[in-house]
Design a binder for this molecule. Structure first.
Ligand code: PNW
Length: 474
């Protein structure tokens, strides 16, 4: 038996959901077509100087017109699932339910039907950062009422698409929006409100997610039988040394970046480390309250238990060490956190400054999350590599090979219930503040060609073999 086990090739489970991911603003284009309203990303990208080369998502991959071609590629690659997001202002032009844009509903219905006909499961993200501009003007992610607007939008999506959908993600990576959009100002809406905006945004995001979850649970779950969750983005963090202080730094950063979302939805309330550190610093700064909004018991209970599975976006690792408390002055999330990070010089570098390849990191993270939050299942909804766009993308192929090998080990050796994997990304697309200068696709898109011609890269051909065999192939 032992010999057999050594020789046996490890396989992904038969019902494992392999596929790829994308997001509305990054691929659709058609930014003002057929009644769509403007989103905060339209406004941000149209503001000179905000995006590298002043690129925009006005046309992007033109998937608004070319979705049939996209689905044909997904089918050719043998995928079981496609993760895409719904543009809120394509359905509700100003974000409110007062005007429903039927053309927007039809676009997604057509896409879903095309997927179903190809035997591909839709995994829908309700919100991947393209907030209706009008709702931004009402306060955006700083306004707790946004939870109610989001609930109304979610209900309209469940009503129209729910009979076809088994997996829903409410918000994609609110942590990225809250830090990039409200602390650093590098993403829409471009606000620099260090130490304040980020925490208020996180609070409102959790309320909005929970609202959308509870609406599904109460009004749709029985009939439609789908699963709903919030997306969480985490990296793996190694300690620089074995010292207790570095271990404390590791726990802090895991809590500030993963636990901040995972704990409220799986266990209830913020991680205690965040509550204590931010309250303490706020007090020293002269506030009579904590910059981290305090949940009421009612809110804690409302948010707790709002994840039917864990949706994880994971890309990279870093090595952390403890920082002595930063002097009291201007608040910021970095000072709240008090951790310094570096990387291992042997980790391959990508076209993105933050992205290094460390395949074992995903296995460590899966074990950590599984042990800490005990989610019923884990779906890896993003994992990918950027380069400059070569068709022979050996760097991306090696990255996915390493990460998928470790995911398979987490399943087979560690017994972790990973049920699916949607690689980021199907297509080269609009990479937010980096525009089209960084490419994440397994399929190349020619952005100089009005046709937006799509061509499979080496990594797509390799991944197709993995999907077909459910094994890591050479
Ligand atoms: C994701 N990190 O953001 C987004 O969901 C995608 O829309 C985006 O295109 C993709 O990653 C590539 O950037 C992330 O620091 C940003 O680990 C940063 C991290 C992870 C994901």
């Amino acid at each position: 038996f032992k010999v057999y086990r050594c020789l046996a090739v490890k396989e992904f489970p038969e019902d494992f959901l392999f596929g790829a991911a994308g997001a509305s603003y990054q691929i659709e284009g058609g930014w003002d077509e057929d009644g769509k309203g403007p989103s905060m990303w339209d406004t941000f990208a149209h503001t000179p100087g905000k995006i590298k080369n002043n690129d925009t998502g006005d046309v992007a991959c033109d998937s608004y017109h070319k979705y049939k071609e996209d689905v044909a590629i997904l089918k050719e690659l043998g995928f079981k699932v496609y993760r895409f997001s719904i543009s809120w202002p394509r359905i509700l032009p100003d974000g409110t339910p007062t005007k429903i844009n039927q053309a927007g509903i039809d676009y997604y219905l057509n896409l879903i039907k095309e997927l179903k006909a190809a035997g591909i499961e839709p995994l829908i993200t309700l919100y991947h950062w393209d907030l209706p501009q009008y709702l931004l003007e009402l306060g955006g992610w700083l306004n707790p009422r946004l939870a109610d607007y989001f609930g109304d939008f979610a209900r309209i999506c469940y009503e129209n698409f729910g009979e076809y959908v088994k997996y829903w993600i409410t918000l994609n990576e609110p942590g990225t929006t809250c830090t990039q959009g409200y602390e650093y100002g590098t993403h829409a809406p471009g606000l620099k409100l260090p130490g304040e905006g980020v925490h208020q945004c996180t609070y409102v995001s959790l309320l909005a997610h929970a609202k959308a979850y509870r609406i599904y649970e109460k009004e749709f779950k029985e009939k439609q039988g789908g699963k709903v969750t919030l997306n969480v983005a985490c990296s793996w963090y190694y300690t620089a040394t074995d010292s207790d202080l570095d271990k404390e730094a590791q726990q802090r950063i895991l809590d500030f970046y993963c636990g901040v979302y995972a704990q409220p939805i799986f266990k209830g309330n913020w991680p205690q480390i965040m509550i204590d550190r931010i309250a303490n610093r706020s007090k020293l700064e002269g506030y009579s309250f904590s910059r981290l909004p305090e949940f009421t018991q009612e809110e804690i209970d409302y948010i707790n238990g709002t994840a039917d599975f864990l949706s994880l976006n994971m890309y990279t690792s870093s090595i952390v060490n403890y920082l002595d408390d930063q002097p009291i002055g201007t608040p910021s999330i970095w000072n709240d956190l008090g951790v310094a990070g570096t990387v291992n010089s042997s980790w391959p570098t990508s076209a993105s400054s933050w992205l290094f390849s460390d395949p074992p990191g995903i296995r460590y993270l899966l074990n950590y999350l599984s042990k800490t939050y005990n989610p019923p299942a884990i779906f890896i909804t993003e994992n990918g590599w950027s380069d400059l766009g070569d068709l022979d993308d050996q760097g991306r192929l090696a990255y996915w090979k390493g990460y998928l090998t470790n995911i398979l080990d987490a399943i087979v050796e560690d017994g972790i219930n990973v049920i699916g994997y949607t690689a980021w990304s199907l297509l080269d697309n609009f990479e937010w503040a980096e525009g089209y200068s960084q490419r994440f696709g397994m399929v190349q898109v020619d952005f100089d060609d009005a046709n937006r011609t799509r061509t499979l890269k080496s990594s797509a051909k390799w991944y197709k073999e993995v999907v077909a065999s459910r094994q890591i192939v050479d």
